[in-house]
Design a protein around this ligand. Sequence first.
Ligand SMILES: Nc1ncnc2c1ncn2[C@@H]1O[C@H](COP(=O)(O)OP(=O)(O)O)[C@@H](O)[C@H]1O
Ligand code: PXP
Length: 274
Amino acid sequence: MATPRVLSIQSHVVRGYVGNKSATFPLQLLGFEVDAINSVQLSNHTGYKHIDGQILDEKDLDKLITSMRGNNLLHYTHLLTGYIGSPAFLSKIAEVVKELKANNPNLLYVCDPVMGDDGKMYVPQSLLPIYQETILPLADVITPNQFEMELLLGQKVESIEDAWRAIEAFHGKGCGTVLVSSSTLGAKDELIALSSKKIDGKSVRVMASIPMLDAHFTGSGDLFSALTLAWLHKTGGNTQLSLDNVIYSLQAVLKRTLNKALGKEDFKYYEASL
Ligand SMILES: Nc1ncnc2c1ncn2[C@@H]1O[C@H](COP(=O)(O)OP(=O)(O)O)[C@@H](O)[C@H]1O
Ligand code: PXP
């Protein structure tokens, strides 16, 4: 099989790991060619006290795409989008999706509608209607967190039943596969991830419980969407197997991150015995 090639349109940060900085290397390790367009170049993620840099607009994106078109380079198996900082840039992405799909009707578009977390938006509010009206109907797979699911739906999601209803509404907009990266709809010490895929008119649903680590991670959502893209490809679109693999590898990464931050030894050899 030819090497899958992803066009990844997300943020770049000088310091740290979010956006393309967190998606590119894992995707490469999993066997993907990754071509990155940096929607913004920022000093660091938006949680810091100071933040500055450049935000690409639709003309910047058009220049890159026009030149690539001229060289016949717009041939991809996957498109992945994440943090976008400008509404005009996001609208332009709709045109890019259509062109890439015209070049490859089998292209899979994985959209992480990165807008915020824990009740706070960290992108301009004007992105929301563009995601709702223009981008969702074009996406094959979406990976919102609980807050982003509520924003897209325009309604609070307070129970698992609410979440399935929200997911059905996204299916109704044309999005065949939905993975909710995390929600706090379960017990106090767990995160719940949900996925649903429309197969022959039926929704095939999977729910996973993740033991909650006592820390806040930035970039975990970006890793989630990149790994989801990779595992959906490797499993032929099996959402159960993909979610298992994504969560398993993410937990390993987050535990190592936490151990490093706490100054604990990163790695130890243990004898496995019953
Ligand atoms: N505190 C945590 N404890 C355990 N796993 C976490 C934690 N935060 C994030 N994760 C893992 O990262 C994934 C994506 O996290 P999420 O918080 O939904 O991303 P974001 O809100 O940044 O989009 C979750 O599915 C989970 O596997
Ligand atoms: C520049 C940038 N990109 C991407 C993200 C998305 O991060 P996450 O994976 O935690 O949703 C953030 C969140 O702070 C960000 O500031």
